[in-house]
Design a protein around this ligand. Structure first.
Ligand code: MN
Ligand code: MN
Ligand code: MN
Length: 278
């Protein structure tokens, strides 16, 4: 069976609808897919319906933002109950915090002489909550900056005029929310936080100590030695191993549904914690 336990739809920063995502996963011979949109479960219902139609198993998931020290980290929740009241209330408050942040970014842009940014960014966000990339795109579309990078360099990046700080929740809280909804907490893509190996190991150790259950040992296409190393680190910390593409949109071969190396044989697959046989 092929498991892809990390993917996004247009309910967060992916481009496909949940239905299109499921049908693409089916084409790529994925048997079990987790939809893990950032801070929202809004797409899961549609994805479940589509999965039934396509004869594919869908795992209810979410990807929460958290922090470790000064840096952001992502924690995926797998097998969550979408009717969990605690989960729903933290999602609401996270979205409220994001909305407040978006308003403040727009205010600062207005002070810099750029009007209509909130409405413009909202229009670009569609089903998803407004985030900095939408503001960046708005600035590009308005001709204020030539490209997305310039938007961050000039306005939205750290220390710039429209940089509004946001304190993500602690790992221990996020793990608690996931557990309260009956889910399994996975530290996502450990190599993407720009940490030295020593720091990454410290992060993973802290995640395990905070009650985390699994490490994303495979995230999209990655080199064999990386997979072997992460598998070892997971085992040392008594963490199960997860794998997923982190698919956002077509055309990125390194993040395509179902396209990534298998978990090493010494790993304990996270799906055993989700009720799937070995
Ligand atoms: Mn994303
Ligand atoms: Mn992520
Ligand atoms: Mn992701």
């Amino acid at each position: 069976m092929k498991f892809d336990l990390h993917s996004h739809s247009h309910f967060s920063d992916g481009i496909l609808s949940p239905e299109m995502l499921v049908s693409r996963a089916k084409e790529r011979e994925v048997d079990v897919l987790a939809l893990t949109d950032h801070d929202t479960i809004a797409g899961l219902h549609l994805a479940q319906k589509a999965a039934e139609e396509h004869g594919l198993q869908l795992i209810n998931g979410i990807e929460f933002s958290s922090h470790w020290g000064k840096g952001g980290v992502h924690i995926v929740g797998l097998g969550i109950q979408t009717d969990s009241s605690e989960l729903n209330s933290v999602i609401d408050s996270q979205n409220q915090a994001r909305a407040n942040r978006a308003e403040q970014i727009a205010l600062r842009l207005a002070k810099a002489g750029i009007a209509g940014a909130l409405e413009g960014a909202q229009a670009l966000a569609g089903n998803a909550y407004v985030a900095r990339p939408h503001f960046a795109q708005y600035l590009v579309d308005k001709g204020v900056v030539p490209n997305i990078n310039a938007a961050f360099k000039k306005y939205l990046g750290t220390g710039k005029s429209a940089d509004v700080k946001y304190q993500w929740p602690a790992m221990i809280d996020v793990i608690g929310w996931i557990h309260s909804a009956g889910g399994v907490a996975v530290l996502a893509h450990p190599c993407k936080y720009d940490l030295t190996r020593t720091k990454m190991c410290a992060l993973i150790k802290d995640f395990a100590a905070a009650g985390g259950d699994a490490l994303e040992v495979v995230s999209g296409m990655q080199a064999h030695p990386v997979t072997e190393d992460l598998a070892k680190i997971a085992n040392v910390n008594n963490l199960a191993a997860s794998c997923g593409s982190d698919f956002h949109f077509p055309g990125q071969a390194w993040q395509e549904l179902g396209c990534f190396p298998s978990l090493p044989s010494q790993s304990r697959p996270v799906w055993e914690l989700l009720g799937f046989a070995a």
